[in-house]
Design a binder for this molecule. Sequence first.
Ligand code: CA
Ligand code: CA
Length: 451
Amino acid sequence: MEREAHDVLTSACLCYAEHPLDAAVTSYLDGVMMRGSTVRLLGFGAIALSLVSVGSCASSGESSGCKGACSGSGAAGTESAAGGGGASSGDDSGGVGGGGSPGNLESGAGGGGAEAGETARPEGGAGGAGGASGGSPGTPEAGSGAAGADGGSGGESDSPGTSCTEGSKGSEGLSCRELSARCGATAESCCTNVCVPGGSFTLGGTVTAPTSQATVADFHLDKYEVSVGRFNAFVASYDAWRAAGNPRQGAAAHPLIAESGWRVSWTALLPSNSSILNSSVRCGTYATGSAGRAQLPMNCVSWYEAFAFCAWDGGRLPTEVEWEYAAAAGSEGRLYPWGADPPTADRAVYDCLANDTPGCRFEEILVVGSKPSGVARWAQHDLAGSMWEWVVDSRASYPPVAVNYANVSDGSTRVVRGGSWFNEAADMRAANRLDIEPTTRNGDMGIRCAR
Ligand SMILES: [Ca+2]
Ligand SMILES: [Ca+2]
């Protein structure tokens, strides 16, 4: 099947055609288009779609329209986010993105190719606002139910300290306090986290330019992506936590990085109550957030919600450098979390390979920790694949030297790492970067907390 990747979509229209798309995906895209908002596609593009930038399609009304304005560009990573990618070939074929070169999975970032450091965002995640669309299948309700715990817990991660012993475990997140679900082959706590001993390495590895000499301090990183069960505990506690004034200014900061904590100016971007939070995370066909799916990785969360979750949980979002340090095994500089060998279905949840059905189906999202053969040096599962993982940074070119660094500017996009169950092998690389607007919800973007 075609795998022409996805591209930036900056205008009000998007174009797709020719390819046999899952009906659900088509429906989703129509929904996005109908809203006429600025959209960029990310994971979805990696299946069978090819999307192209269009600069000036009037948003008015066209449903499957705007074909006349679609250009065939599609070239990897070269889009100019804004103004609508270039080259309009005039061909109105609905933008089967010309090249659709798979290269663009690089996503803007990392990848070799055209990356100039910072150009525009590579591709995007689907559906900005609202999400909804398509009736998500299955289990409707839920969310709460979980543990009634109202942990008021102050959001401030109380000084997690800056040193730990390699392999040692840190205190567990609040989300597992009353969670019955277990994770991984040994049925351990889904909140298990492991010390990643600090050190220096080449950020960007061998595939991203420019690289950076980076140094990180010791930190703990959760072994698993945040599961639905953990997130539902957050939903259940959300109203009490918010009522107590959380998240507070400066909450969940990296202990060594100034200005890396929560900003109260972001609070308005969080759902105002648990009911809205619960409905917000149903962003479409691939939303995992429902009862009965406690071990699936949570998705469809905005960057703000990811940040807030980790703050509530007693942790924080990892920095981009920390994330890559763990995925690249520090100074070993691994190409993938497990080493240099290419991804396989035994090592990562990726490329919609979880079952033999053609295309991508919800069932191909697997429970966290399903691929022990792909475990990273310090025990983290699913750093590559499963869900993209929000990190704290806004997108920027790396500084030549990065010591306990994060780009904490309040940029227009935030970074996600690791590729997803939707994406091809190249996206599994430890150094691969992607950035996207922080309000974006996507069926292949989730959370992992550091502490
Ligand atoms: Ca499949
Ligand atoms: Ca992941």
